[in-house]
Design a binder for this molecule. Structure first.
Ligand SMILES: *Cc1c(COP(=O)(O)O)cnc(C)c1O
Length: 418
């Protein structure tokens, strides 16, 4: 399948008159429609809520838009809770899914009235000390072993640091019940970036069975099942995208098969998707600024791994379009590289592309989630701006680019960089 940029070369020429490359740009129309689809796909479930995983795209302008279409937030740190707080998220609009939780964060979540999702049985004590025992608590489950979805997508919960073992989750529920918890949630995240409609339904089957067991064994009320994130996107043009309506329908079937006969048809379904919500609706726009012909053909661009770390970190594939040359033959082979003194700073390796001229805009697809957010400042390189392409076609600055002053801001306690 063809992967199409959501802006044209002409639009970029206009935009760059005000905002120089590199920048991440987000497609409001795309992510709002997608969020509406998610809500519709699960509308059969009365309590359904998507808690957008803030870590994927921690930009308050974007999260505010998602709030307007009914999304909550899944936070995992103090500063992410601050974003939720500032934007007016409250109570059951907040999920707090942390691990190795620093002191003080459960308290902040409890003050906002959010759900605490405990990653480990030992955190019960920390939570109780900080904020007492909430009426509703969620526990994270890890079944161990290897997790395989029908089409072979696999992850390795047995190697993952998250969640409680089956025995621990029974103990945790009993302890929490004893301490006065009235309602329980169960959370599990067993596979990442699954490009198959089978993942959520399979996961739901496992958690629903566990929910029935926990209800019967511990005599507790299960209020919600949190399917967490992991629904993927087609980074490669030959991948078939997930169909969220098929996924929602798949979960409904399993729900009616397992929960309904047990009289558990008040269980709310929660999701905490990040990648699926935003990934395809963001792009990193950069410009070809150098070419180098040694043992391979290199195109140097004005962005680097500081702006998008996934290729360097996981050798992740991101599709690349040379703007204005969408229909030109891909008769050149390039490595598209950034300026870091780090040989993994390559957005694309051995990529067949049209001939690139200096000044061409290089559009790196699918950077809307875990893109800007993973950035760092190695080599003293600065993070880019973020722009919002609005439904009416106008462009809004939603984060300015870093300046050297930002980079040196943590020396503001002294004069050394003044
Ligand atoms: C990262 C994360 C998510 C989002 O994952 P995606 O793969 O982006 O959907 C959701 N929940 C938790 C607890 C996470 O750590």
């Amino acid at each position: 399948m063809e992967k199409k940029p959501f802006v044209t070369r002409e639009q970029l020429e206009e935009i760059t008159k005000t905002y120089p490359t590199p920048f991440h740009i987000y497609d409001e129309k795309g992510f709002i429609q997608n969020a509406k689809n998610v809500n519709e796909a699960f509308s059969w479930n009365k309590g359904f809520k998507e808690y957008f995983a803030v870590k994927a795209t921690p930009n308050p302008f974007i999260i505010k838009k998602l709030k307007e279409v009914g999304c909550g937030v899944d936070c995992s740190s103090y500063t992410e809770l601050m974003i939720a707080d500032k934007l007016g998220f409250k109570g059951n609009e907040i999920m707090y899914s942390s691990n190795e939780t620093p002191a003080g964060e459960f308290k902040y979540c409890a003050d906002l009235g959010g759900y605490i999702n405990l990653d480990d049985i030992t955190l019960i004590e920390q939570m109780e000390e900080e904020c007492g025992i909430p009426e509703t608590v969620c526990c994270r489950y890890n079944p161990g072993g290897v997790y395989e979805v029908c089409n072979g997508i696999m992850d390795n919960p047995g190697d993952a640091k998250y969640g409680m073992t089956p025995n621990q989750i029974v103990d945790a529920f009993n302890i929490l019940k004893e301490k006065g918890v009235k309602h329980f949630g169960i959370h599990a995240f067993l596979a990442s970036n699954t490009v198959t409609n089978e993942y959520y339904p399979m996961l739901a089957r496992d958690i629903f069975k566990l929910a029935v067991d926990l209800k019967n064994e511990c005599g507790v009320h299960i209020a919600f099942v949190n399917l967490s994130g992991g629904v993927g996107i087609p980074y490669r043009p030959d991948q078939e995208p997930n169909d969220i309506f098929a996924i929602g329908e798949g979960v409904r079937k399993v729900y009616e098969e397992i929960l309904t006969p047990e009289g558990m048809d008040d269980v709310a379904i929660f999701t905490e998707m990040g990648r699926f919500m935003m990934g395809p609706y963001g792009a990193l726009v950069t410009k070809a600024v150098h070419e180098k012909h040694i043992y391979k053909e290199y195109i140097g661009v004005d962005a680097c791994a500081v702006n998008l770390m996934r290729p360097a970190m996981y050798e992740a594939y991101h599709h690349v379009t040379v703007m204005g040359k969408e229909d030109a033959p891909c008769n050149h082979m390039y490595d598209i590289v950034g300026s870091l003194c780090e040989n993994n700073d390559k957005f694309a390796v051995d990529r067949r592309l049209p001939k690139i001229e200096m000044g061409d805009y290089i559009y790196i697809h699918d950077t809307g989630a875990h893109g800007f957010a993973m950035g760092y400042n190695y080599n003293g390189r600065l993070k880019s701006a973020e722009l919002l392409l609005k439904e009416d076609g106008s462009v809004e600055l939603i984060r300015r680019a870093e300046t050297p002053e930002d980079y040196f801001a943590t020396f503001d306690f002294c004069d050394i960089m003044k």
